[in-house]
Design a binder for this molecule. Structure first.
Ligand SMILES: Cc1ncc(COP(=O)(O)O)c(C=O)c1O
Length: 339
């Protein structure tokens, strides 16, 4: 099976398993797991922030940020296709009591002028906007990299109004690999950043939330409240550290493979996409004519290729470290003869 459903399907590499076996461990609820502390410090430093918090998932990381930055009745401004608004089970309302003001971006990218226009004027009967969130890279828009100048302009809007500014950087590593911009440069305008270790980097579990010491102290308390206090979790943090130090450099391969896949798919009559739109490891394409995404995915599966639906006629393929160039070529060959 050539599994292109997500970059989360990777298995731990041999070196990663060894690092997990050798990890120094302690009880992290007592703050005594040296490997967790090392991972948190290393990622906080890389992103230029004071402190970090290891959490089980990207969803928990984002939701902790929302919980700390807002009060019930507040409004969070974000892009309509983002993960927080579409793929986090309505947690923002359920856990933080906030509502979301979702603005349609241009290919996933919020336009600062639209953000400015959407922000309410402050009448007491309105919800209170207090946080702006950005997603880089933008998953639903096809792994698009947020332009740094747009991030800075929106950051300025947040500053001017005393809002907090959060980055869902589940795939920030991909944005850095594609643009050459460092993690710290991307992170600088934000009050908090969530990064995932379990996507392109190839760790089995884990995300890290970073921000100021005070922010992380509060997030730490809510992590416990949400049931995310873990014990000898250095065994997983070791996988994250290994991924960060040894596997980040391989993301360029995933991006090359995504472009190769996009070129191959574009040459197939039944599919429609612009290969030039592929910036990182995600390829979004439409099925033409009378076909629908679910039907096509079913046929793909019986022929040994897995992808996921992202709309009635839209399919997402994601490259990752467990598919090589040969598998991409094989997938293209299978799909060429399919419909
Ligand atoms: C942009 C983005 N943010 C957050 C998440 C959530 O990560 P997790 O699956 O670890 O909860 C994902 C997962 O795919 C994602 O794509």
């Amino acid at each position: 099976m050539i599994d292109l459903r997500s970059d989360t399907v990777t298995r731990p590499s041999a070196g990663m398993k060894q690092a997990m076996i050798e990890a120094a461990l302690g009880d992290d609820v007592f703050g005594e797991d040296p490997t967790v502390l090392e991972l948190q410090d290393e990622i906080a430093a890389l992103l230029g922030k004071e402190a970090g918090l290891f959490v089980p998932s990207g969803v928990m990381s984002n939701q902790l940020a929302l919980r700390v930055h807002t009060n019930p009745g507040d409004e969070v401004v974000l892009e309509a296709g983002c993960h927080i608004a579409n793929h986090e089970t309505g947690a923002a309302g359920a856990l933080s009591g906030v509502q979301l003001l979702a603005i349609k971006g241009e290919n996933g990218i919020l336009e600062p002028v639209e953000v400015e226009r959407a922000i309410r004027s402050g009448y007491y009967w309105e919800p209170n906007p207090s946080l702006i969130c950005i997603e880089n890279t933008h998953n639903q828009a096809g792994g698009v990299v947020y332009p740094l100048d747009v991030i800075l302009d929106i950051g300025q809007i947040a500053r001017n109004r005393d809002f907090s500014y959060h980055l869902d950087g589940a795939r920030l590593w991909n944005a850095c690999a594609a643009s050459g911009i460092s993690e710290a440069e991307y992170a600088a305008p934000f009050d908090s950043i969530s990064v995932c270790l379990s996507k392109g980097l190839g760790a089995p579990i884990g995300s890290v939330l970073v921000g100021s010491k005070t922010f992380i102290e509060r997030a730490h308390r809510f992590r416990k409240m949400y049931g995310g206090g873990m014990r000898q979790v250095g065994i997983i943090a070791a996988a994250g550290l290994f991924a960060l130090r040894n596997q980040k450099k391989d993301l360029d391969n995933d991006h090359r493979n995504a472009r190769r896949l996009a070129d191959g798919l574009a040459a197939i009559e039944s599919f429609s996409l612009d290969p030039a739109s592929v910036e990182t490891n995600i390829v979004m394409f439409d099925v033409r004519g009378g076909y629908d995404a679910l039907g096509v995915l079913k046929v793909m599966k019986t022929n040994g290729v897995l992808m996921v639906p992202f709309g009635p006629k839209t399919i997402r393929a994601t490259t990752h470290r467990d598919v090589d160039e040969a598998s991409i070529d094989e997938a293209i060959q299978i799909l060429s003869g399919l419909l």
